[in-house]
Design a protein around this ligand. Structure first.
Ligand SMILES: *Cc1c(COP(=O)(O)O)cnc(C)c1O
Length: 399
């Protein structure tokens, strides 16, 4: 096609669009393209007009993203999914799609992810939304607030951060649907390995795929798994807002997703061992892990999650440590990394008062149960005894 053309034209077009495949690649290619071509313009027109499925422009959809969306909706037991450039972009879009707008009410769990809390506590109230926070571990309080607030939507997390409280999603969804409120569940901590919200009639299952789904700490992303009907609304939103995940990021996430169950199994088994060890350590005041019988929602966790699996996230308090003691402890760790993320193959520690819950006053933190001596641990997939060895050494060294 470009033979005999100038070097300028050849440099742009040579080698492109030559492949007419009668083969299929085993793994999904990265479709690093913005636009898509059809045999004739009628084809393009039909895709634009929603008469046929296809791709026209990557803000509207991209085949690599579609592969990830299909994989996510399969694992979550949903009809369909849409991917976003970050978990927060997905959280924001889910709230809009659930009908949150000026003049409506929204209910949020108290201890949601920091940026989700900020959307609910600041961004939406400034736009005329009434927002009420509630302790979702008390069904009584939840039901009472629900009938007082009459929200259009409820947002909560399966396992909360950083205290690892477990929400009774089936019961909450029933109550919320009874008054016509949509339910949004951020399933980032649990992952479909532990719990599938859509199987309990939840309307929107949200993920920060940055965490366990991607799993390797190398790619930011978000997703919403939902019904076809809700996806239409979300698609209209993403087409306007443009909070898309790039195809290269979609590909990395899809690659990570393949080992999600293997990693989750190891995360869960490791975390159980670490939690039991911490519980018996004389310098540890308290361990928050749904797998321990001392956890306030241990029975609920046993009911909701597969037998013996309670996730990879733990938080614990070191006796009388305070900020200084915790910093000494974090610095003394060698294997476990002090990085502000979670759900990676690496074991990671974080100090909530410094990072995720920095915007809250000491009193606000105390009210939700976050003391100055609390550390959050994302247990990685390394050898459990070596994670414990690192904790033991650091506890000794930082005394
Ligand atoms: C990290 C996280 C988010 C935000 O996701 P990003 O990908 O960082 O935007 C939302 N919810 C939970 C529970 C998270 O852990």
């Amino acid at each position: 096609m470009v033979k005999g053309k100038s070097i300028f034209t050849q440099a742009v077009h040579a080698g492109e669009r030559g492949v007419k495949p009668d083969f299929k690649p085993v793994s999904t290619p990265i479709y690093n393209t913005v636009g898509f071509l059809y045999e004739d313009i009628r084809g393009l027109d039909a895709v634009f007009g929603n008469e046929r499925e296809g791709y026209v422009y990557s803000r509207y959809g991209n085949p690599t993203n579609s592969a990830l969306e299909e994989a996510l909706s399969t694992l979550e037991g949903g009809e369909t999914a849409l991917t976003f450039g970050s978990g927060m972009a997905a959280v924001h879009a889910s709230l809009l799609a659930a009908g949150v707008k000026s003049g409506t009410s929204l209910m949020s769990a108290f201890d949601v992810y920091g940026a989700t809390y900020s959307i609910c506590a600041r961004l939406f109230p400034e736009l005329g939304v009434r927002v009420k926070f509630v302790d979702v571990t008390s069904l009584e309080e939840f039901a009472k607030t629900l009938s007082e607030t009459r929200p259009v939507a409820v947002i909560l997390e399966t396992i909360s951060n950083p205290l690892m409280k477990v929400a009774d999603i089936p019961a909450i969804t029933k109550l919320a649907h009874h008054i016509g409120a949509k339910v949004i569940v951020d399933n980032t901590f649990a992952t479909p390995f532990l719990f599938q919200p859509l199987k309990h009639s939840v309307d929107f299952c949200v993920h920060s795929t940055t965490k366990y789904i991607g799993g390797h700490g190398d790619v930011l992303g978000g997703a919403i798994i939902t019904s076809k009907e809700n996806r239409k609304t979300l698609h209209e939103i993403i087409k306007m807002i443009g909070s898309n995940l790039g195809p290269t990021e979609a590909w990395l996430t899809l690659r990570g997703l393949k080992t999600l169950p293997l990693r989750m199994r190891q995360h869960c088994l490791n975390a159980m061992e670490v939690a039991r060890w911490l519980e018996n350590h004389p310098r540890i005041a308290r361990v928050n892990y749904p797998g321990l019988s001392t956890h306030p929602q241990h029975d609920l966790a046993e009911k909701l999650f597969p037998a013996g699996y309670f996730g990879g996230m733990i938080s614990f308090e070191i006796k009388g440590a305070g900020q200084k003691g915790i910093f000494r402890f974090m610095e003394a760790l060698e294997l476990i990394l002090p990085a502000t993320t979670l759900g990676d193959v690496y074991s990671l520690v974080l100090y909530p008062p410094m990072s995720s819950h920095r915007a809250l006053s000491k009193e606000e933190r105390a009210r939700i149960g976050i003391s100055d001596s609390l550390v959050r641990l994302s247990v990685g997939i390394e050898e459990a005894s070596e994670i414990i060895g690192d904790l033991e050494r650091a506890l000794e060294k930082s005394q």
